[in-house]
Design a protein around this ligand. Structure first.
Ligand code: NAD
Ligand code: KPL
Length: 304
């Protein structure tokens, strides 16, 4: 049975690692460097807090330069770290290695696939929620679903059964790009506005025209990209998510509030690069990106 190598012992990586390991599946964490590895060993492993209960999982860990070949890799870092992280591991990838890409947004998947063309890349889109309470301590904040797929591949790989065993809610989707585009559109309609209006998701109920205008342009873009199905009822769905998550702060809001880099380049930035490629004029989305970049610049955060 192939070992699950997991790069990124952060929120989602930790959540997957703990569940796979407790199901008795072979897991190894890949940490940034020797210092992180020593800190991890001193912590005794990875802690997952679930429904208020904390459990420690002493999962074996290694550094990227280890000599152990990788047959299955779960890439659980942020989109902006993905290409570089995989490049470092490229010499260790066995022929036909599988890489599961957990990154939100679009753009990083192609960058990774181009970097390691002989690997088999599986894209994922997740609605699960987790956050890092402290180093190597992850809180499972919201149950959700993870869609996995390879564009155009209908047959699910056999290892999906292992996710079942580990209790990871999932589905194989031969329309994974549609799922990723839909999530990207939802994120573009909600996240930047929550940052600019300094509000929880529910606060966007005070800006109905702005939300509607963005949904209109996002739908136009989705149709132009050949992702018409991802545009279906987009505005209704955005309003549903705003209501359903009214008390929450969006992930981008939280990144900015904590002074962390956002994934803007793989969300709104990606959407607008696609619009430019298709010579589509989307003034509201353009203006949104401009305002967001100004906001980030003022706070000393990267604008990409
Ligand atoms: P995170 O910041 O909590 O974890 C990422 C981890 O990757 C960090 O520990 C970081 O140190 C590590 N990392 C980065 N580069 C590395 C390298 N070269 N070598 C070793 N480790 C490296 O991020 P996250 O919240 O788990 O998000 C991962 C992806 O999943 C993002 O694209 C995010 O948008 C997406 N996502 C997250 C959630 C969530 O609830 N956290 C939900 C859905 C989607
Ligand atoms: O995914 C989200 C996020 O905060 O990143 C939601 C809740 C859908 C808001 O866009």
């Amino acid at each position: 049975m192939s070992t699950w190598h997991i790069l990124g012992a952060g929120s989602l990586g930790g959540l997957w690692a703990a569940r796979l390991a407790r199901a008795g599946l072979p897991v190894r964490l890949i940490l940034r460097d020797q210092t992180r590895l020593s800190q991890y060993r001193a912590a005794g492993g990875l802690t997952l807090v679930e429904d208020g209960f904390a459990s420690l999982y002493p999962i074996p860990a290694e550094v990227p330069g280890s000599a152990i070949p990788i047959r299955r890799l779960l890439l659980a870092c942020k989109a902006y770290d993905a290409e570089e992280a995989v490049a470092e591991l490229a010499p260790r990838l066995a022929p036909g290695a599988e890489i599961i890409l957990l990154q939100n947004g679009l753009g990083s998947q192609d960058a990774v696939a181009n970097r390691v063309p002989r690997a088999h890349c599986v894209f994922a889109s997740s609605t699960e929620g987790a956050f890092r309470e402290s180093d190597f301590r992850v809180v499972y904040a919201g149950r959700g679903q993870t869609w996995l797929g390879v564009p155009g591949e209908r047959r699910a790989p056999d290892w999906l059964e292992q996710l079942q065993t580990a209790g990871i809610n999932h589905d194989w989707s031969d329309e994974i790009l549609e799922k990723l585009w839909r999530k990207l559109a939802l994120n573009c309609a909600i996240n930047p506005l929550t940052v600019l209006h300094d509000c929880r998701n529910g606060g966007l109920r005070d800006w109905p025209d702005e939300v509607a205008g963005l949904c209109e342009e996002l739908s136009e873009l989705l149709h132009a990209c050949g992702q018409g199905a991802a545009a279906s009822d987009l505005h209704q769905d955005v309003l549903r998510v705003i209501d359903g998550t009214a008390a929450n702060f969006s992930s981008m809001y939280q990144d900015v509030a904590r002074g962390r880099r956002t994934e803007i380049s793989y969300l709104l930035g990606y959407a607008l690069r696609e619009a430019q490629r298709l010579q589509l004029d989307l003034p509201r989305l353009d203006d949104l990106l401009q305002r967001l970049r100004e906001h980030l610049t003022v706070r000393g955060l990267p604008v990409d």
